[in-house]
Design a protein around this ligand. Structure first.
Ligand code: CTP
Ligand code: MG
Length: 398
């Protein structure tokens, strides 16, 4: 019979600071959750997968987990999948998930925040369980010198030879972990930060197996860059000459309004003469196209996905405000913005006359060089008839 796999994925990722919960941030075109489930399933060990997701993300979690299960990279039994709402703390998410493990003899708990753990480490944990261990954790040695801090004073060194960094996946006899959680009082002290801690509180011996550096825990934005470098599955990772840039395109079109009082906002500037572009926002097609190009290059969706009804504070915001927020989001996902170029197709205004100002305004918003060009469509089509303006942008990210 297969084992059960619990994936705690209900955290918000406050230290990562992305615009979505950490498990749903993407690396190499897939969410951290999908990576974590995929790595686990490649071990062929699991007949049940239970994901604890944030409320509001249950459907997204379900479709992503089902897509991984249906993909052809896995071996072993086709697992049954369950998605539940997680709790306020990690332990509450795991405790809730334990009820859905059926009668599997062993349960593994593996954080979505460790997306690159490979099937080998799952195999080592399973082997230790098969050899009779009741609680198994992967560990790595400590390489830094350690000291105790008291205020700003450092006191006695700590013997690092006997210390270990503990990772997931952790594996347990299911009946014993269920009993340990039932016996554990969450109000007692600070509480363990992992499930081995709950087993230890119940008096069980914790057995170590070798962990792996690539199973790093994604906590801060820079960890996403480390992940791309360490994860052999990461499609963006590295070519023979270093990191491979990612490119994205964004297009936006708005019609001119017939209102002489409507200001014309384009490329982060107000242009005299009224009859501005129409829309709920300032309709700055150039800024919007740049923001969409950034999202596309990062594989993070589009303007509508980020500034839709769930972020009312951006309703009607200026294009440069949206562009600045888009730049923040792609940086929080671990990318560096190389440059952006945008071309505006319209009869008026003559963009080239204020090119330097426009480049300055858009470049300041996204914190990277933005090149601005203008052209007409030679009298052809709706742009040629002066009915509106189109902008086409390209962004390069690392
Ligand atoms: N987790 C969970 N339920 C919670 C809190 C955390 O399932 N209430 C999960 C996270 O989704 C993550 C794992 O536990 O996969 C480890 O937690 P951590 O790395 O701390 O993630 P977050 O709590 O999301 O991050 P932060 O502490 O920065 O907010
Ligand atoms: Mg946390």
């Amino acid at each position: 019979m297969g084992f059960a796999l619990i994936i705690p994925a209900a955290g918000s990722g406050s230290r990562l600071g992305a615009s979505r919960p950490k498990a749903f941030v993407e690396s190499a075109g897939q969410s951290l959750l999908a990576h974590a489930v995929g790595g686990a399933l490649r071990s062929g060990l699991f007949s049940h997968v239970i994901v604890a997701a944030p409320v509001g993300w249950l459907d997204a979690a379900r479709s992503q987990v089902d897509a991984v299960v249906e993909s052809r990279t896995m071996t072993g039994p086709v697992p049954q999948t369950t998605v539940i709402a997680g709790g306020r703390e990690r332990w509450a998410s795991v405790r809730a998930a334990l009820e859905y493990c059926g009668d599997a003899p062993c349960v593994f708990v593996h954080d979505a925040a460790r997306p690159a753990a490979g099937p080998e480490v799952f195999g080592r944990v399973a082997a230790a369980l098969a050899a009779g261990a009741t609680a198994v954790v992967p560990v790595l040695p400590v390489v830094d010198t350690l000291r105790t801090s008291v205020g700003d004073e450092l006191q006695g060194g700590v013997d690092r030879e006997s210390l270990r960094r503990v990772q997931t996946p952790q594996g347990f006899r299911r009946d014993l972990l269920v009993a340990a959680y039932a016996a554990w009082d969450p109000l007692s002290g600070a509480g363990p930060t992992d499930d081995a801690g709950v087993m230890e509180a119940a008096g069980h011996r914790i057995t170590a197996v070798a962990g792996e550096e690539r199973a790093l825990k994604v906590t801060y934005p820079s960890d996403l860059r480390l992940l791309a470098a360490l994860d052999p599955d990461a499609r963006t990772a590295h070519g023979p000459n270093g990191p491979v840039p990612r490119v994205g395109t964004g297009v936006d079109v708005h019609a001119f309004s017939s209102d002489p009082e409507r200001p014309l906002m384009l490329a982060g500037l107000e242009w005299p003469g009224g009859f501005g572009l129409a829309g709920h926002s300032d309709a700055d097609v150039a800024a919007h196209a740049c923001a969409d190009a950034l999202f596309a290059a990062a594989g993070l969706g589009d303007l509508g996905a980020h500034f839709g009804v769930d972020r009312p504070e951006f309703a009607g915001a200026h294009g440069t405000v949206l562009l600045a927020e888009a730049a923040r989001i792609v940086r929080a996902a671990g990318f560096t913005i190389g440059s952006v170029a945008v071309q505006i197709v319209c009869n008026r205004p003559k963009v080239g006359r204020r090119r330097d100002e426009a480049q300055e305004a858009l470049g300041t918003a996204c914190g990277a060089p933005v090149a601005v060009a203008g052209t007409t469509s030679d009298g052809l089509g709706s742009m040629g008839r002066g009915e509106g303006a189109t902008a086409i942008a390209t962004a390069v990210l690392y």
